[in-house]
Design a protein around this ligand. Structure first.
Ligand SMILES: Cc1cc2nc3c(=O)[nH]c(=O)nc-3n(C[C@H](O)[C@H](O)[C@H](O)COP(=O)(O)OP(=O)(O)OC[C@H]3O[C@@H](n4cnc5c(N)ncnc54)[C@H](O)[C@@H]3O)c2cc1C
Length: 389
């Protein structure tokens, strides 16, 4: 099957496109995701395949080569990618939010140099906030000191998701660092574009993760790393706000969508299995105990889907649904773990065997749990809002 997004007129034929994408996901992407997981390497054909299927350009702005889908149109497509999981899911997850930082506050030169090739998948980008020796946010230790026409970065990041193999894990990275006095807290943090070949920048692989095999996650080292002043995104001191508004909120929502896709796929697999597995002379689907489990899975998925749709509409209206995005992330985690537990129960013993797709998706649900912040931190964001009035 040779799916090309250019074969469809978006959005009039979006339904048509989605149907073709589901077929493409089951026939081409699922086997590839299994192969990546088992062999722990990503074949070169994956990026062009995913790009040609429209999964990178669809949500990006038209003036930079994208197809300009609204987020309400985009999330059902991201849900399909969430059902594939692994490094394939990561590509559209990454592209759905990563372009916005440069788009919102970048200079025309930054847009030409980084955004245009990013949308065409000619340049790959990562995002680096988390550090090994402190909490994420205003506790970060990485610093950027202005010297003439450049900044000098010092510090370390870890757990950073790469976009390519260890030899060249990305072309550039959005890096968050203190460039002003720490007493300014959030207003002292800035965001920089760091090219992979910047002097003083190096990286090393981290040990294997539960899921997300294919490329190793990274420790990034900034050792008097030289970054041209023109690589500052927006104003000095607006880096944390920029990250929260343009990247972290849509990205947390997108993790919720990934959880939704994964849970929906688990439900489909559990239904299929329950209809063919016969014990004591009957299919397990005919047992009320199994029917109750399926009903609870579907109910949770439905509730999550409604939350995702609501945040999509709010983002499209230009609102800042940061609290709702945290709710989607937290509820998405719960649903994907509950549904993956239930699917494993319905599969019985063979569900734990890697010959069956739920084994990989089950592990994937455990990494989604931690991506883009823990449940406790999202609980703090939600309750801070509740208690502020
Ligand atoms: C698969 C994967 C991919 C990732 N990719 C990236 C990436 O590309 N870029 C990036 O920057 N990061 C990335 N991360 C990091 C991820 O965002 C962090 O792991 C996550 O935000 C939690 O931060 P931490 O690991 O520093 O946990 P910690 O801050 O060490 O937290 C440990 C525990 O303490 C709790 N805790 C911490 N502070 C408080 C507090 N103030 N009050 C109450 N409880 C608290 C937490 O909730 C958690 O339960 C990735 C992580 C994973 C697992």
């Amino acid at each position: 099957m040779n799916l090309k997004v250019s074969d469809f007129k978006i959005p009039e034929e979006l339904e048509e496109y989605k149907k073709a994408l589901v077929k493409f996901a089951r026939e081409v992407l699922d086997p590839l995701a299994d192969k990546i997981d088992k062999e722990d390497s990503v074949p070169e054909k994956v990026l062009p395949l995913v790009r040609d299927a429209g999964l990178i350009a669809l949500p990006c702005p038209k003036e930079y080569g994208g197809m300009g889908l609204s987020l309400s149109q985009w999330w059902p497509i991201m849900e399909i990618a969430g059902g594939v999981g692994g490094n394939i899911r990561l590509i559209p997850h990454n592209s759905s939010a990563m372009w916005k930082m440069i788009y919102a506050r970048g200079t025309e030169e930054q847009k030409r140099k980084y955004l245009l090739p990013f949308v065409k998948a000619e340049k790959l980008a990562s995002f680096a906030l988390t550090e090994p020796d402190c909490g994420s946010g205003t506790d970060i230790q990485t610093t950027a000191t202005k010297q003439g026409d450049h900044f000098i970065l010092n510090g370390r990041k870890h757990l950073i998701t790469p976009r390519g193999p260890l030899a060249k894990p990305f072309d550039f990275c959005h890096v968050v660092a203190y460039s002003k006095d720490r007493s300014l807290r959030g207003k002292g943090i800035s965001m920089f574009i760091v090219d992979v070949d910047a002097p003083g920048f190096s990286w090393s692989p981290m040990p294997d993760f539960i899921g997300l095999h294919g490329y190793p996650h990274l420790v990034l080292n900034f050792n008097n790393c030289i970054v041209p002043a023109e690589n500052l995104i927006g104003e000095e001191g607006n880096g944390l706000d920029l990250a929260l508004e343009t990247f972290l909120t849509p990205s947390r929502w997108s993790i919720g969508i990934s959880c939704l896709g994964l849970a929906q796929r688990m439900l489909e697999l559990a239904i299929e299995h329950s209809k063919v597995r016969v014990t004591f002379g009957k299919t397990i689907a005919s047992r009320q105990a199994i029917q109750q489990i399926l009903a609870e899975m579907a109910t949770n998925i439905y509730a999550l889907r409604m939350m995702i749709a609501d945040v999509g509409l709010k983002l499209d209206r230009g609102l800042n649904p940061a609290v709702e995005a945290s709710m989607c992330k937290n509820f998405g985690d719960k649903v994907s773990r509950q549904v993956s537990d239930a699917a494993l129960e319905i599969y019985g013993g063979i569900g734990a065997c890697s010959a069956y797709p739920i084994e990989r998706l089950y592990r994937e649900a455990r990494t989604l749990w931690l991506e883009e912040g823990t449940p406790t931190i999202h609980g703090l964001i939600i309750s801070r809002d509740l208690l502020s009035s």
